[in-house]
Design a protein around this ligand. Structure first.
Ligand code: ADP
Length: 449
């Protein structure tokens, strides 16, 4: 096992990893930018190192500075968390060259699954359901038009290196496809330095259902069942829950097993998420694979009892997975509400500043993952998520009731947060019914002006 892990991240996920290290008896090294110098979670790490000014490019995304911090503190591994360098195969390679273990997949597995075209190829080989579409990158317009004719409109043009919803265009006809192809290519080239695009069938009404998987370095891979993350705004998830409501047990079994097969075939070690869209008949189609721990991993931890962060560290250290597939059972239901420092009633504008009162909820079934305490100043520089409320109960109905109760208790002042929106959603008939689609939240916000 490692003796010291450096955490190349900030905020709640940095604290989550510090806690996992403590549970495992491993020392942790936190890094911070000047904007986070007063962050209260830093004191929970065994050491902390300033890595530069506030802009992420000069701190949390700066590979030489992070590697130096690891070398200076004698860390034998780096945990990237999510965001920042977590899906940067070059960073994983630099770690390997410096003989520092990257807690996550090998750069090869990350590259193979992180690139959407190559991922789709691996998925077809592993018999994971994918959208009909082009097999390879589309070079010529004529080819795109031919494929679109075959699969039928609407189609979506997507960047192979895509992320954060960039480099995507939906086309309902040939003219839109011609324009979309050009725009998506330019956008992808500018954003990712890789202009490769492909096309696939566009699904009008879908749910976002994803499978948590984890593999080790001995060829074992298991799934930890699925989550539904359909409540989104601009491709940003707001609520995640596990298991996905109303999914037929046979379909669940199929999709979960196919996700585990995909990472096994890719010789993947560490935690990953295989994301799917699900249509109204509960057919699944692969969206992409996230080669890291995700924001919403706690809902899976609550229903399976598996500590995903700890297990990820153990497999990175070379231990075999401590679970077999048959050990993994679903216990009850869990919901996560992302609490963002945003004014959701005014277009979700960011709301940074000092928190004068922070009163988190508690009681049975309530888990808070947050780095915030009273007096914490939310910096304007980074992601607006400041807390995750995770609630566990024997079934979905009780889970919604408990989440409502926790949200009533939850007080953050004076900044704006999404707590009020979550309170409304927990009483929304469509949400309560279960199985809302990925455009549900945007429709609701539009209706309410
Ligand atoms: P990114 O890596 O940019 O997040 P994804 O492949 O995950 O890209 O797609 C982002 C979002 O775009 C999905 O959550 C979904 O809303 C939409 N999307 C992508 N592919 C399709 C598709 N084939 N049909 C319908 N919607 C899609």
């Amino acid at each position: 096992m490692f003796s010291r892990v450096l955490i190349a991240n900030r905020g709640e996920i940095a604290l989550r990893i510090i806690r996992a290290c403590r549970d495992l008896g491993i020392e942790s090294v936190a890094v911070y930018s000047e904007a986070d110098a007063d962050a209260p979670y830093l004191k929970h790490a065994d050491r902390s190192v300033c890595i530069g000014p506030a802009p992420a490019s000069e701190s949390y995304l700066n590979i030489p500075r992070i590697i130096s911090a690891a070398e200076v503190t004698n860390a034998d591994a780096i945990h990237p968390g999510y965001g920042f360098l977590a899906e940067n195969a070059h960073f994983a390679e630099v770690c390997r060259d410096c003989r520092i273990e990257f807690i996550g997949p090998s750069p090869e597995a990350m590259g193979a699954l992180g690139d959407k075209i190559s991922c789709k190829k691996l998925a077809r080989q592993a018999k994971v359901p994918t959208f009909p579409g082009s097999e390879d990158a589309i070079e010529e317009e004529a080819k795109a038009i031919e494929v679109a004719k075959k699969i039928g409109y609407p189609v979506i043009v997507k960047a192979s290196a895509g992320g954060g919803g960039r480099g995507m265009r939906v086309a309902h006809n040939e003219a839109a496809l011609r324009a979309g192809l050009k725009q998506a290519r330019q956008e992808a080239q500018a954003a990712f330095g890789n202009g490769a695009v492909y096309i696939e069938k566009f699904l009008e009404k879908a749910r976002h259902v994803e499978v948590q998987v984890i593999g080790d370095k001995h060829g074992n891979a298991i799934h930890l069942y699925e989550r539904d993350c359909s409540t989104q705004r601009r491709h940003q998830k707001l609520i995640e829950e596990a298991p996905a409501p109303g999914v037929d047990p046979k379909k669940r079994d199929e999709v979960c097993k196919s996700a585990a097969r995909l990472i096994k075939n890719a010789e993947y070690s560490g935690a990953a998420t295989v994301e799917f869209l699900m249509d109204e008949k509960q057919n699944f189609y692969l969206l992409e694979v996230n080669t890291r721990v995700q924001v919403e991993h706690p809902v899976t931890e609550m229903i399976t009892g598996v500590d995903i962060v700890k297990t990820g560290i153990r497999v990175a250290a070379g231990e075999p997975l401590p679970y077999r597939q048959r050990d993994i059972k679903i216990d009850g239901h869990a919901i996560e509400c992302r609490i963002n420092a945003e004014n959701w009633e005014k277009g979700f504008t960011p709301s940074a500043g000092r928190i004068e009162r922070f009163e988190p909820p508690g009681g049975p079934g309530v888990r808070m993952d947050t780095h915030v305490i009273t007096g914490y100043r939310v910096p304007p520089t980074y992601d607006s998520m400041i807390a995750k409320l995770i609630v566990h109960a024997p079934d979905r109905k009780q889970c919604i009731a408990r989440t409502s109760r926790a949200l009533r208790e939850f007080l953050i002042e004076p900044i704006h947060t999404t707590i009020g929106l979550h309170r409304e959603l927990m009483q929304n008939p469509a949400f309560m019914e279960g199985g809302v689609d990925i455009h549900f939240l945007e429709r609701l916000l539009k209706k309410n002006g």
